[in-house]
Ligand binder design. Structure first.
Ligand SMILES: [Ca+2]
Ligand SMILES: [Ca+2]
Length: 501
Protein backbone atom coordinates (compact mmCIF):
# COMPACT_ATOMS: atom_id res chain seq x y z
CA UNK A 1 0.00 0.00 0.00
CA UNK A 2 2.77 2.39 1.03
CA UNK A 3 4.75 1.45 -2.07
CA UNK A 4 1.77 2.06 -4.32
CA UNK A 5 1.23 5.49 -2.81
CA UNK A 6 4.87 6.33 -3.31
CA UNK A 7 4.69 5.18 -6.90
CA UNK A 8 1.56 7.23 -7.50
CA UNK A 9 3.29 10.25 -6.02
CA UNK A 10 6.35 9.67 -8.19
CA UNK A 11 4.16 9.33 -11.28
CA UNK A 12 2.34 12.47 -10.28
CA UNK A 13 5.58 14.41 -9.85
CA UNK A 14 6.79 13.15 -13.22
CA UNK A 15 3.53 14.22 -14.88
CA UNK A 16 3.70 17.67 -13.29
CA UNK A 17 7.32 17.98 -14.38
CA UNK A 18 6.46 17.11 -17.98
CA UNK A 19 3.55 19.52 -18.01
CA UNK A 20 5.84 22.31 -16.80
CA UNK A 21 8.41 21.48 -19.47
CA UNK A 22 5.78 21.37 -22.20
CA UNK A 23 4.29 24.70 -21.23
CA UNK A 24 7.77 26.24 -21.04
CA UNK A 25 8.43 25.17 -24.62
CA UNK A 26 5.16 26.74 -25.76
CA UNK A 27 5.67 30.02 -23.99
CA UNK A 28 4.86 32.84 -26.41
CA UNK A 29 7.52 35.04 -27.96
CA UNK A 30 7.47 38.83 -27.69
CA UNK A 31 8.32 41.18 -30.57
CA UNK A 32 8.24 44.75 -29.27
CA UNK A 33 8.54 47.29 -32.09
CA UNK A 34 9.14 50.95 -31.26
CA UNK A 35 9.49 53.92 -33.62
CA UNK A 36 11.26 57.11 -32.58
CA UNK A 37 9.00 60.24 -32.63
CA UNK A 38 5.73 59.34 -34.39
CA UNK A 39 2.36 60.97 -33.92
CA UNK A 40 -0.59 58.53 -33.86
CA UNK A 41 -2.37 60.94 -36.24
CA UNK A 42 0.11 60.08 -39.00
CA UNK A 43 -1.36 56.58 -39.22
CA UNK A 44 -4.53 55.77 -41.16
CA UNK A 45 -6.04 53.67 -38.39
CA UNK A 46 -6.02 56.80 -36.24
CA UNK A 47 -6.67 59.35 -39.00
CA UNK A 48 -8.37 58.27 -42.21
CA UNK A 49 -7.33 61.52 -43.90
CA UNK A 50 -3.62 60.73 -43.60
CA UNK A 51 -1.71 60.12 -46.82
CA UNK A 52 0.78 57.84 -45.08
CA UNK A 53 0.74 54.28 -46.44
CA UNK A 54 1.61 51.58 -43.91
CA UNK A 55 0.07 48.38 -45.29
CA UNK A 56 1.92 46.13 -42.85
CA UNK A 57 0.80 48.09 -39.78
CA UNK A 58 -2.73 48.33 -41.19
CA UNK A 59 -2.77 44.53 -41.43
CA UNK A 60 -1.36 44.21 -37.92
CA UNK A 61 -4.17 46.48 -36.71
CA UNK A 62 -6.74 44.41 -38.62
CA UNK A 63 -5.36 41.19 -37.10
CA UNK A 64 -5.08 42.61 -33.58
CA UNK A 65 -6.17 45.42 -31.27
CA UNK A 66 -5.70 49.18 -31.72
CA UNK A 67 -5.46 51.34 -28.59
CA UNK A 68 -7.00 54.82 -28.79
CA UNK A 69 -5.78 55.86 -25.37
CA UNK A 70 -2.06 55.01 -25.15
CA UNK A 71 0.18 57.64 -23.55
CA UNK A 72 3.74 58.33 -22.48
CA UNK A 73 3.79 59.85 -19.00
CA UNK A 74 6.17 62.65 -19.90
CA UNK A 75 9.59 64.07 -19.32
CA UNK A 76 11.78 66.17 -17.05
CA UNK A 77 14.30 66.57 -19.91
CA UNK A 78 14.25 68.15 -23.35
CA UNK A 79 15.21 64.69 -24.59
CA UNK A 80 11.72 63.21 -24.14
CA UNK A 81 13.03 59.92 -25.57
CA UNK A 82 15.14 59.34 -22.48
CA UNK A 83 12.49 59.07 -19.73
CA UNK A 84 10.12 57.37 -22.17
CA UNK A 85 12.58 54.56 -22.75
CA UNK A 86 13.42 54.33 -19.04
CA UNK A 87 9.71 53.84 -18.33
CA UNK A 88 9.36 51.15 -21.02
CA UNK A 89 12.34 49.21 -19.68
CA UNK A 90 11.60 49.53 -15.95
CA UNK A 91 7.81 49.76 -15.71
CA UNK A 92 8.24 52.70 -13.34
CA UNK A 93 6.57 56.11 -13.32
CA UNK A 94 8.23 59.28 -14.58
CA UNK A 95 9.37 60.65 -11.19
CA UNK A 96 10.74 57.24 -10.11
CA UNK A 97 13.33 56.64 -12.84
CA UNK A 98 16.95 57.73 -13.24
CA UNK A 99 18.15 60.14 -15.92
CA UNK A 100 20.69 59.17 -18.51
CA UNK A 101 24.24 58.88 -17.18
CA UNK A 102 22.94 59.95 -13.73
CA UNK A 103 22.69 63.57 -14.81
CA UNK A 104 19.99 64.16 -12.19
CA UNK A 105 17.45 65.68 -14.55
CA UNK A 106 14.89 64.05 -12.25
CA UNK A 107 15.22 65.86 -8.89
CA UNK A 108 14.15 62.64 -7.08
CA UNK A 109 17.28 60.85 -8.32
CA UNK A 110 19.58 60.02 -5.42
CA UNK A 111 16.67 59.04 -3.17
CA UNK A 112 16.99 55.27 -3.23
CA UNK A 113 13.40 54.85 -2.07
CA UNK A 114 12.08 56.65 -5.16
CA UNK A 115 14.77 55.74 -7.71
CA UNK A 116 16.37 52.41 -6.74
CA UNK A 117 20.13 52.15 -7.39
CA UNK A 118 19.90 48.57 -8.60
CA UNK A 119 17.00 49.21 -11.00
CA UNK A 120 18.84 47.88 -14.12
CA UNK A 121 18.72 44.37 -12.59
CA UNK A 122 14.91 44.58 -12.63
CA UNK A 123 14.47 45.87 -16.18
CA UNK A 124 12.87 44.11 -19.14
CA UNK A 125 15.74 42.03 -20.46
CA UNK A 126 17.11 41.12 -17.02
CA UNK A 127 13.68 39.82 -15.99
CA UNK A 128 13.21 37.80 -19.17
CA UNK A 129 16.75 36.41 -19.14
CA UNK A 130 16.06 35.00 -15.67
CA UNK A 131 12.80 33.52 -16.94
CA UNK A 132 14.66 31.53 -19.62
CA UNK A 133 13.92 33.76 -22.58
CA UNK A 134 16.47 34.64 -25.25
CA UNK A 135 16.69 38.44 -25.44
CA UNK A 136 17.82 40.55 -28.39
CA UNK A 137 17.59 44.23 -29.23
CA UNK A 138 18.36 46.67 -31.97
CA UNK A 139 17.66 50.41 -31.68
CA UNK A 140 19.20 53.83 -31.91
CA UNK A 141 22.03 54.77 -29.57
CA UNK A 142 21.73 57.78 -27.28
CA UNK A 143 18.84 59.27 -25.27
CA UNK A 144 18.01 55.80 -24.02
CA UNK A 145 18.48 53.62 -20.90
CA UNK A 146 22.00 52.30 -21.40
CA UNK A 147 22.16 50.22 -18.20
CA UNK A 148 18.93 48.41 -19.17
CA UNK A 149 19.82 48.05 -22.84
CA UNK A 150 23.04 46.17 -22.10
CA UNK A 151 21.08 43.51 -20.19
CA UNK A 152 19.90 42.06 -23.53
CA UNK A 153 21.96 39.00 -24.49
CA UNK A 154 22.34 40.23 -28.07
CA UNK A 155 22.64 44.01 -28.60
CA UNK A 156 22.85 45.58 -32.08
CA UNK A 157 22.46 49.30 -31.46
CA UNK A 158 23.38 52.13 -33.84
CA UNK A 159 21.70 55.38 -34.85
CA UNK A 160 20.48 54.98 -38.43
CA UNK A 161 18.76 58.03 -39.89
CA UNK A 162 19.97 57.91 -43.46
CA UNK A 163 18.23 57.21 -46.76
CA UNK A 164 20.07 54.02 -47.75
CA UNK A 165 19.85 50.34 -46.74
CA UNK A 166 22.99 50.56 -44.65
CA UNK A 167 22.36 54.00 -43.12
CA UNK A 168 18.59 53.80 -42.52
CA UNK A 169 15.78 51.70 -41.06
CA UNK A 170 16.67 48.65 -43.19
CA UNK A 171 19.77 48.25 -41.02
CA UNK A 172 17.66 47.72 -37.88
CA UNK A 173 15.47 45.25 -39.78
CA UNK A 174 18.55 43.35 -40.94
CA UNK A 175 19.78 42.91 -37.35
CA UNK A 176 16.52 41.17 -36.42
CA UNK A 177 16.53 39.05 -39.61
CA UNK A 178 20.15 37.99 -38.97
CA UNK A 179 19.23 37.04 -35.42
CA UNK A 180 16.23 34.99 -36.56
CA UNK A 181 18.31 33.27 -39.26
CA UNK A 182 20.87 32.32 -36.63
CA UNK A 183 18.15 30.87 -34.38
CA UNK A 184 16.83 28.86 -37.30
CA UNK A 185 20.29 27.53 -38.12
CA UNK A 186 21.00 26.46 -34.53
CA UNK A 187 17.42 25.14 -34.09
CA UNK A 188 17.05 27.34 -31.00
CA UNK A 189 13.64 26.64 -29.50
CA UNK A 190 13.80 28.88 -26.43
CA UNK A 191 11.14 31.58 -26.39
CA UNK A 192 12.46 34.99 -27.42
CA UNK A 193 11.97 38.63 -26.52
CA UNK A 194 13.04 40.91 -29.36
CA UNK A 195 13.12 44.68 -28.86
CA UNK A 196 12.97 46.00 -32.42
CA UNK A 197 13.60 49.73 -32.33
CA UNK A 198 14.08 52.23 -35.14
CA UNK A 199 16.01 55.53 -35.22
CA UNK A 200 13.39 57.14 -37.52
CA UNK A 201 11.13 59.03 -38.15
CA UNK A 202 13.12 61.18 -35.66
CA UNK A 203 15.00 63.92 -37.50
CA UNK A 204 17.05 64.16 -39.55
CA UNK A 205 14.27 62.67 -41.71
CA UNK A 206 16.36 61.58 -44.67
CA UNK A 207 14.04 59.25 -46.55
CA UNK A 208 14.95 56.95 -49.43
CA UNK A 209 14.76 58.67 -52.87
CA UNK A 210 11.74 56.55 -53.97
CA UNK A 211 9.68 57.26 -50.85
CA UNK A 212 10.60 60.97 -50.77
CA UNK A 213 9.41 61.16 -54.38
CA UNK A 214 6.16 59.42 -53.44
CA UNK A 215 5.39 62.02 -50.76
CA UNK A 216 6.59 64.96 -52.92
CA UNK A 217 9.37 65.91 -50.51
CA UNK A 218 13.08 66.64 -50.57
CA UNK A 219 15.78 66.32 -47.93
CA UNK A 220 15.75 70.06 -47.43
CA UNK A 221 19.04 71.35 -46.01
CA UNK A 222 19.13 75.11 -46.71
CA UNK A 223 17.61 77.34 -44.05
CA UNK A 224 17.64 80.31 -46.46
CA UNK A 225 15.30 78.73 -49.03
CA UNK A 226 11.92 77.00 -48.91
CA UNK A 227 10.98 73.70 -50.57
CA UNK A 228 8.19 73.73 -53.18
CA UNK A 229 4.69 72.62 -52.04
CA UNK A 230 3.00 70.10 -54.36
CA UNK A 231 -0.05 67.84 -54.46
CA UNK A 232 1.80 64.68 -53.49
CA UNK A 233 2.74 66.11 -50.09
CA UNK A 234 0.67 65.50 -46.97
CA UNK A 235 -1.92 68.20 -46.33
CA UNK A 236 -1.47 70.81 -43.60
CA UNK A 237 -2.39 69.48 -40.14
CA UNK A 238 -5.93 70.56 -39.13
CA UNK A 239 -4.64 72.21 -35.95
CA UNK A 240 -1.71 74.03 -37.58
CA UNK A 241 -0.81 77.47 -36.24
CA UNK A 242 1.89 79.89 -37.45
CA UNK A 243 3.29 79.96 -33.90
CA UNK A 244 2.35 78.78 -30.43
CA UNK A 245 0.19 81.50 -28.81
CA UNK A 246 2.30 81.84 -25.65
CA UNK A 247 5.62 80.82 -24.10
CA UNK A 248 5.02 77.19 -23.07
CA UNK A 249 8.29 76.88 -21.03
CA UNK A 250 10.56 75.54 -23.78
CA UNK A 251 9.96 77.24 -27.13
CA UNK A 252 13.72 77.64 -27.54
CA UNK A 253 14.50 73.90 -27.25
CA UNK A 254 16.47 72.38 -30.14
CA UNK A 255 13.42 70.68 -31.65
CA UNK A 256 11.53 73.97 -31.91
CA UNK A 257 14.31 76.06 -33.45
CA UNK A 258 17.14 73.95 -34.88
CA UNK A 259 15.82 70.85 -36.68
CA UNK A 260 17.36 70.72 -40.14
CA UNK A 261 14.64 71.29 -42.73
CA UNK A 262 12.30 73.15 -40.36
CA UNK A 263 14.23 75.51 -38.05
CA UNK A 264 11.82 78.22 -36.83
CA UNK A 265 9.72 78.03 -40.02
CA UNK A 266 6.07 77.03 -39.75
CA UNK A 267 4.96 78.03 -43.28
CA UNK A 268 3.09 75.67 -45.59
CA UNK A 269 6.11 74.85 -47.76
CA UNK A 270 8.21 73.83 -44.77
CA UNK A 271 5.55 71.91 -42.84
CA UNK A 272 4.20 69.92 -45.80
CA UNK A 273 7.70 69.03 -46.97
CA UNK A 274 8.71 67.93 -43.47
CA UNK A 275 5.56 65.84 -43.03
CA UNK A 276 6.36 64.22 -46.38
CA UNK A 277 9.84 63.41 -45.09
CA UNK A 278 8.32 61.99 -41.90
CA UNK A 279 5.94 59.83 -43.95
CA UNK A 280 8.75 58.59 -46.20
CA UNK A 281 10.63 57.46 -43.10
CA UNK A 282 7.51 55.90 -41.55
CA UNK A 283 6.65 53.91 -44.69
CA UNK A 284 10.21 52.63 -44.80
CA UNK A 285 9.79 51.39 -41.21
CA UNK A 286 6.61 49.62 -42.30
CA UNK A 287 8.52 47.82 -45.07
CA UNK A 288 11.17 46.59 -42.62
CA UNK A 289 8.55 45.32 -40.18
CA UNK A 290 6.95 43.42 -43.07
CA UNK A 291 10.21 41.56 -43.75
CA UNK A 292 10.51 40.49 -40.11
CA UNK A 293 6.88 39.33 -39.90
CA UNK A 294 7.33 37.30 -43.11
CA UNK A 295 10.39 35.67 -41.60
CA UNK A 296 8.52 34.78 -38.41
CA UNK A 297 5.75 33.27 -40.51
CA UNK A 298 8.24 31.19 -42.52
CA UNK A 299 9.76 29.94 -39.26
CA UNK A 300 6.32 28.98 -37.95
CA UNK A 301 6.69 31.40 -35.03
CA UNK A 302 4.23 34.11 -36.06
CA UNK A 303 1.14 32.66 -34.37
CA UNK A 304 2.95 32.15 -31.07
CA UNK A 305 4.33 35.69 -30.94
CA UNK A 306 2.81 38.78 -29.33
CA UNK A 307 3.66 41.72 -31.58
CA UNK A 308 3.57 45.22 -30.14
CA UNK A 309 3.90 48.37 -32.24
CA UNK A 310 4.32 51.82 -30.68
CA UNK A 311 6.50 54.95 -30.58
CA UNK A 312 8.37 56.52 -27.67
CA UNK A 313 6.11 59.62 -27.94
CA UNK A 314 4.21 61.61 -30.55
CA UNK A 315 5.27 64.65 -32.53
CA UNK A 316 3.97 68.11 -33.50
CA UNK A 317 5.41 69.14 -36.92
CA UNK A 318 3.29 72.27 -37.37
CA UNK A 319 0.42 71.31 -35.07
CA UNK A 320 -0.31 74.16 -32.60
CA UNK A 321 2.63 76.08 -34.10
CA UNK A 322 5.04 73.57 -32.59
CA UNK A 323 7.62 71.34 -34.26
CA UNK A 324 8.89 68.97 -31.59
CA UNK A 325 7.89 66.60 -28.81
CA UNK A 326 8.14 69.02 -25.89
CA UNK A 327 4.42 69.56 -25.31
CA UNK A 328 1.35 67.74 -23.96
CA UNK A 329 -1.19 68.13 -26.76
CA UNK A 330 -2.71 64.82 -27.93
CA UNK A 331 -0.51 64.67 -31.07
CA UNK A 332 2.51 64.42 -28.81
CA UNK A 333 1.36 63.08 -25.44
CA UNK A 334 -0.36 60.12 -27.10
CA UNK A 335 1.45 57.29 -28.88
CA UNK A 336 0.34 54.83 -31.55
CA UNK A 337 -0.25 51.41 -30.00
CA UNK A 338 -1.21 48.12 -31.66
CA UNK A 339 -0.96 44.56 -30.31
CA UNK A 340 -1.51 41.28 -32.11
CA UNK A 341 -1.13 37.81 -30.62
CA UNK A 342 -2.72 34.64 -29.25
CA UNK A 343 -6.13 35.30 -27.69
CA UNK A 344 -6.52 38.84 -29.07
CA UNK A 345 -9.63 39.21 -31.20
CA UNK A 346 -8.77 40.53 -34.68
CA UNK A 347 -9.97 43.98 -35.71
CA UNK A 348 -10.73 45.18 -32.17
CA UNK A 349 -10.21 48.62 -30.62
CA UNK A 350 -10.03 49.74 -27.02
CA UNK A 351 -9.48 53.01 -25.20
CA UNK A 352 -7.12 51.27 -22.79
CA UNK A 353 -5.93 54.35 -20.86
CA UNK A 354 -2.50 52.77 -20.82
CA UNK A 355 0.97 54.22 -20.45
CA UNK A 356 4.09 52.84 -22.12
CA UNK A 357 5.25 51.96 -18.59
CA UNK A 358 2.50 49.30 -18.47
CA UNK A 359 4.20 47.25 -21.20
CA UNK A 360 6.56 45.39 -18.83
CA UNK A 361 3.75 44.25 -16.52
CA UNK A 362 1.72 43.19 -19.55
CA UNK A 363 4.38 41.12 -21.27
CA UNK A 364 5.07 39.44 -17.93
CA UNK A 365 1.36 38.67 -17.58
CA UNK A 366 1.11 37.30 -21.14
CA UNK A 367 4.10 35.00 -20.68
CA UNK A 368 3.53 33.87 -17.08
CA UNK A 369 6.67 35.64 -15.87
CA UNK A 370 6.60 37.34 -12.45
CA UNK A 371 6.88 41.11 -12.80
CA UNK A 372 9.84 42.57 -10.88
CA UNK A 373 9.20 44.03 -7.42
CA UNK A 374 10.21 47.48 -8.72
CA UNK A 375 7.42 47.47 -11.32
CA UNK A 376 4.71 50.14 -10.98
CA UNK A 377 2.87 49.46 -14.25
CA UNK A 378 -0.47 47.69 -14.59
CA UNK A 379 -1.01 44.74 -16.92
CA UNK A 380 -3.49 45.56 -19.68
CA UNK A 381 -3.97 41.89 -20.54
CA UNK A 382 -7.65 42.21 -19.45
CA UNK A 383 -8.05 44.80 -22.23
CA UNK A 384 -6.32 42.54 -24.78
CA UNK A 385 -8.64 39.67 -23.90
CA UNK A 386 -11.72 41.90 -24.16
CA UNK A 387 -12.66 41.72 -20.46
CA UNK A 388 -12.08 45.45 -19.87
CA UNK A 389 -11.97 48.58 -22.03
CA UNK A 390 -9.61 50.53 -19.75
CA UNK A 391 -7.24 49.87 -16.87
CA UNK A 392 -7.43 53.29 -15.19
CA UNK A 393 -9.68 56.35 -15.22
CA UNK A 394 -7.23 59.23 -14.76
CA UNK A 395 -4.14 59.97 -16.87
CA UNK A 396 -1.32 62.33 -15.92
CA UNK A 397 1.28 63.99 -18.14
CA UNK A 398 4.26 66.24 -17.49
CA UNK A 399 6.74 68.22 -19.52
CA UNK A 400 9.31 69.99 -17.40
CA UNK A 401 12.48 69.85 -19.47
CA UNK A 402 12.60 73.62 -19.94
CA UNK A 403 11.64 76.26 -17.44
CA UNK A 404 10.09 74.82 -14.29
CA UNK A 405 7.47 73.88 -13.15
CA UNK A 406 6.56 73.82 -16.87
CA UNK A 407 3.55 71.91 -18.22
CA UNK A 408 1.16 69.44 -16.61
CA UNK A 409 -1.98 67.77 -17.87
CA UNK A 410 -4.63 65.43 -16.58
CA UNK A 411 -7.38 63.59 -18.45
CA UNK A 412 -10.51 61.84 -17.29
CA UNK A 413 -13.07 60.59 -19.79
CA UNK A 414 -13.45 63.21 -22.54
CA UNK A 415 -12.10 66.04 -20.42
CA UNK A 416 -8.51 67.21 -20.41
CA UNK A 417 -6.86 70.00 -18.43
CA UNK A 418 -3.46 71.47 -19.37
CA UNK A 419 -1.54 73.97 -17.28
CA UNK A 420 1.56 76.02 -18.07
CA UNK A 421 3.61 77.60 -15.28
CA UNK A 422 6.48 79.67 -16.69
CA UNK A 423 7.59 82.19 -14.04
CA UNK A 424 10.20 84.17 -16.07
CA UNK A 425 7.70 84.84 -18.88
CA UNK A 426 4.89 85.50 -16.39
CA UNK A 427 2.86 82.76 -18.06
CA UNK A 428 0.13 81.08 -15.99
CA UNK A 429 -2.12 79.46 -18.58
CA UNK A 430 -4.87 76.89 -18.23
CA UNK A 431 -6.54 75.01 -21.08
CA UNK A 432 -9.64 72.84 -20.80
CA UNK A 433 -10.79 70.66 -23.69
CA UNK A 434 -13.65 68.27 -24.28
CA UNK A 435 -11.79 65.84 -26.56
CA UNK A 436 -14.98 64.19 -27.85
CA UNK A 437 -16.14 67.56 -29.19
CA UNK A 438 -12.73 69.13 -29.87
CA UNK A 439 -10.35 66.26 -30.70
CA UNK A 440 -7.79 68.55 -32.36
CA UNK A 441 -7.65 70.80 -29.27
CA UNK A 442 -8.52 73.92 -31.24
CA UNK A 443 -7.63 77.18 -29.49
CA UNK A 444 -9.08 80.67 -30.09
CA UNK A 445 -6.23 81.21 -32.60
CA UNK A 446 -7.57 78.39 -34.81
CA UNK A 447 -10.69 80.53 -35.36
CA UNK A 448 -8.76 83.35 -37.08
CA UNK A 449 -9.34 84.01 -40.81
CA UNK A 450 -5.66 83.59 -41.66
CA UNK A 451 -5.45 80.15 -40.04
CA UNK A 452 -8.72 78.96 -41.58
CA UNK A 453 -7.48 80.12 -45.00
CA UNK A 454 -4.39 77.92 -44.56
CA UNK A 455 -5.93 74.75 -43.11
CA UNK A 456 -9.31 74.96 -44.87
CA UNK A 457 -10.94 74.03 -41.55
CA UNK A 458 -13.43 76.27 -39.75
CA UNK A 459 -13.75 75.10 -36.15
CA UNK A 460 -17.18 75.26 -34.55
CA UNK A 461 -17.68 77.93 -31.90
CA UNK A 462 -17.47 75.52 -28.97
CA UNK A 463 -14.27 73.92 -30.33
CA UNK A 464 -11.92 76.02 -28.25
CA UNK A 465 -10.25 76.36 -24.86
CA UNK A 466 -13.09 76.12 -22.33
CA UNK A 467 -11.05 76.85 -19.18
CA UNK A 468 -12.68 80.22 -18.49
CA UNK A 469 -16.18 79.28 -19.65
CA UNK A 470 -18.37 79.35 -16.50
CA UNK A 471 -20.52 76.57 -17.98
CA UNK A 472 -17.65 74.15 -17.42
CA UNK A 473 -16.48 75.39 -14.03
CA UNK A 474 -17.43 72.08 -12.39
CA UNK A 475 -15.39 70.04 -14.90
CA UNK A 476 -12.41 72.34 -14.42
CA UNK A 477 -12.66 72.14 -10.64
CA UNK A 478 -12.73 68.35 -10.73
CA UNK A 479 -9.72 68.14 -13.05
CA UNK A 480 -7.72 70.72 -11.06
CA UNK A 481 -8.20 68.53 -7.97
CA UNK A 482 -7.33 65.35 -9.89
CA UNK A 483 -4.15 66.92 -11.26
CA UNK A 484 -3.01 67.96 -7.82
CA UNK A 485 -3.78 64.49 -6.46
CA UNK A 486 -1.85 62.82 -9.30
CA UNK A 487 1.13 65.14 -8.82
CA UNK A 488 1.23 64.17 -5.15
CA UNK A 489 0.68 60.46 -5.78
CA UNK A 490 3.45 60.30 -8.39
CA UNK A 491 6.00 62.30 -6.31
CA UNK A 492 6.03 65.23 -8.73
CA UNK A 493 8.43 67.55 -6.85
CA UNK A 494 6.74 70.75 -8.08
CA UNK A 495 3.66 72.75 -7.13
CA UNK A 496 1.86 74.97 -9.66
CA UNK A 497 1.16 78.67 -9.12
CA UNK A 498 -2.50 78.22 -8.16
CA UNK A 499 -2.18 75.00 -6.16
CA UNK A 500 -2.31 75.14 -2.40
CA UNK A 501 0.32 73.09 -0.61
CA1 LIG B 1 11.92 59.94 -29.47
CA1 LIG C 1 18.62 30.03 -26.87
Amino acid sequence: MIIATRMTLACLLLTVGLAATASAAERPNILFIIADDQSPFDLKFYNQESKLDTPVLDQLAADGMVFDGAYQMGSWSGAVCTPSRHMVMSGRTVWHIPSRLNRKRNPNEGDNQLVPDNLPEYTMAAVFNRAGYDTMRTCKKGNSYDAANKQFTVVKDATKRGGTEESGSAWHGKQVLDYLNEREKTKDKDPFLIYFGFSHPHDTRDGTPELLEKYGSINHTKSTTLPEPNDKQPQMPPNWLPKHPFENSHLNVRDEVAVSGVWKNRDEATIRNELGREFACSENIDIQIGKVLNKLEAMGELDNTYIFYTADHGMAIGRHGLQGKQNLYQHTWRVPFVVKGPGIKPGTRAEGNIYLLDVLATICDLTGVDPPETNEGTSFKPVLTGEQDTIRDVLYGVYCGGEKPGMRCVKKGDWKLLKYDVPSAGVHQTQLFNLAENPHEFLPQHHSKEVIAMTGITPEKHQTNLADDPKYAAQRKELEALLQAEMKRLDDPFVLWDQKN
